[in-house]
Ligand binder design. Sequence first.
Ligand SMILES: [Zn+2]
Length: 208
Amino acid sequence: MIHEILPVGPLACNCSVFGDEQSREAMVVDPGDEIERILEILQRHGLKVTAIVITHAHIDHIGGAQKLKQATGAPVYMNLNDTELQKMLDAQAAWIGMSRVEPVAIDVPAKDGDRLVVGTTEFHVLHTPGHTQGSISLFIPSENKLVAGDTLFRDSIGRTDLPGGDGRQILQSIHQKLLPLPEETVVIPGHGENTTIGREKRFNYFLQ
Ligand SMILES: [Zn+2]
């Protein structure tokens, strides 16, 4: 499967483009900003977006979703526990000094246990609240990959001091939903370098 990771926007949110070589279907996860660059990648690989997935409603992850939706016509998936947060995009823009973004309508709720399919590849939705109430992670068993949003990072975990954050809950999510995944699973966090489940199990200070 084609997989390109591009850090977008002032906070360098890791946007993932997944593409199926046969069907040319694609999924874009967290199109926070720089939609032109995302469209360029899609065009270069001859891909057609069939799903736009938002790991959580922070502006650096959802900010470009409406632009991408307009350009591709693809439906937007998000967990509805982040609906309140999504209504606060203007406030969020002010917190981090970003310019305002167009709001996007959510087309499909992403719930724990849902399976999204791109070509023949399954993406399992894991509800991992704590960074926000609607935070989700995507596990792709056949690729040995986990898109973790802002829940788990290399050597760190998501901040929980923003509205909707809960420090106990994020640890519970990570311990119950993420650490039981195969150790060799490559973790693509919402920001920064990739890691693996095994590495974080052993070395992540916050998880000891
Ligand atoms: Zn976030």
